[in-house]
Design a protein. Sequence first.
Length: 444
Amino acid sequence: MRISVIGCGYLGAVHASCLAKMGHEVIGIDVDERKIAELSAGIAPFFEPGLPELLSEAIASGRLRFSTDMADAQGCTVHFVCVGTPQRKGEYAADLSYVNAAFAGLAEFLASGDIAVCKSTVPVGTAARISAELAVSAPGAALAWNPEFLREGHAVQDTIAPDRLVYGVPAGEAGQRAAAQLDEVYRAPLAAGTPRMIMDYATAELVKAAANSFLATKISFINAMAEVCEAAGADVTVLADAIGMDERIGRKFLNAGLGFGGGCLPKDIRAFMARAGELGADQALTFLKEVDSINMRRRTKVVELVKSACAALDPQSSGSLIGKRVTVLGAAFKPYSDDVRDSPALNVAAQLQLQGATVTVTDPEALENAAERFPTLTFEPDLDEALARAHVVVLLTEWPQYRALDPVSLGEKVNAKYLVDGRNILDAAAWRAAGWTYRGMGRP
Ligand code: UDX
């Protein structure tokens, strides 16, 4: 099939490359000229495992091209819209300007029988509105809503072998035709046994909002338990293992620590609350406000742990951070990504700096993006250099190289052996045996 993908960010670039791998002829379109130049040269504009190989292979096969010109979508029969829906400044609601602009630009190139398929996360009701607009601007074309569930860092695998495919389609024959076209697009994952569900637009939009809200709630639930464990002297990691063995609960997404960040979960739960408010259903989602608050409190908790480390190191200072060297391990919002959007690690680093600490941040992939967003922080790509002479080491993103740190040799480089493990990934006993004061999250 000939397919266009509008928007070549974390979602669109991976989607376009995977569609080409599935055998389709794909054109990726984006307004960002630099991004398109890089992608055309086979260079991934962000860090995503497996994407560079996939991209070069697809470009070499001649099945994947990129362009800044929307007119190049003409001649394709399926058009995916994969643009961002960030949080509006100073509000909870989502900013739909990129989605609106993408459909407005695409409409004039849609032929009768084409389908436009949106993958972006939007407030429920958006699809019905866009469908009505397309009925005027592109009669004969149909709209489908096909939410994306990929995780950054696993995006290629999640696209090629998703847990499920969700199609939101209009009622009647137009909907059946759209579903059949999507089945053709996803022939490979469907043949491999991927389940797919067909539903109305509103349900498809809500599936995505509900899935992300559930995941955020699961993380905040275990972080709430971490708060109680801290008060009671219990260990949340053991608690998570024990409750996670109940199949109804499951162990996944029960890692207590610094909490969730990134370009999706935080803004999606806020946009969901805003939309529910517009619909008069705000009471149904007031718990998400608490999910958000628990999540933000974890960041403050890490700052408090660093302060208590400084107070222990220098009892006269009453926890002041002035003159203390703090090394932050991790800038990305999660490992295997260079994405720093709403990164809890950078938020904590900035808070520590504001309170007077001399902060050095290191990360294997995300420093360039981090420096762009937080120009006042100090960044050091070399791990040994970043750790040298630290008074407190704070682990905030669980990159494998930080798991592998040796407490004995590291102890010789730092000024004081004080470690805050914001992701509960290190072996507390081994670090303590090497003379470190180890503080985890929700652990005694
Ligand atoms: C998320 C959803 O998982 C995905 O389905 C959706 O399409 C987009 O949003 P992503 O933002 O890439 O994906 O990352 P995810 O792996 O979900 O992690 C989100 C955040 O939660 C990260 O900051 C991570 O560190 C944190 N997290 C995750 C925890 O704090 N504890 C956990 O147990 C799991």
